[in-house]
Design a protein. Sequence first.
Length: 202
Amino acid sequence: METYELVAYNLSSELNISRFYEDERSVTKTFKWNEPFILEHGEKSYVFFYNFGTVAFFNVHEEDRKKFIQKVKKYEVNSVKEVDVETFMVEIDPKEKPAALFDKVIVPKLDILSLRIISFVVSQSVTLKYFEKEVDVVSDLLYKTIDRFWKTTRIAWSNRDNLKTIAYGIKLRHSAMSELLLLDKPPIAWESSKLDQLYEEM
């Protein structure tokens, strides 16, 4: 049995991985929104870069992770003020079926397709933390407006700040649902019943 660490960082609202790929490989490629740029860092060591602003590291030392994070800064769009991090353990046990627990996942063998499923789900999870914090900010702002209306029965709907807050709240909901594909399985999960089972377990 072997155990590895997968660490995901939400760095920005978007990461231009197509440009990053072109700079790294000197080849042009357009990535789909949920398609990661996968960089093999070493033996059993990978980095997954996602368009939605998150980078996931599988079995990568902390110092190397810091170097990668610094390297992709120029490809970030709307960098977050506070980087959220999520750590997940990946346990390889040939005797076990795929299973997901609170802070780890068990798979019978280590392969890149399984890692794509695991890294995608963990990256989704850490990115959701950003949306949750932003929703809290919007909720607080709207509460002040509602409280003012409750006390005065008047509300200045022409107020640009109120309209911007409401518009931003709607945009957050749209972004969370569409960019993170919360209602859709990633295409890779349809490639085999084992990958589908692993995704459902996650």
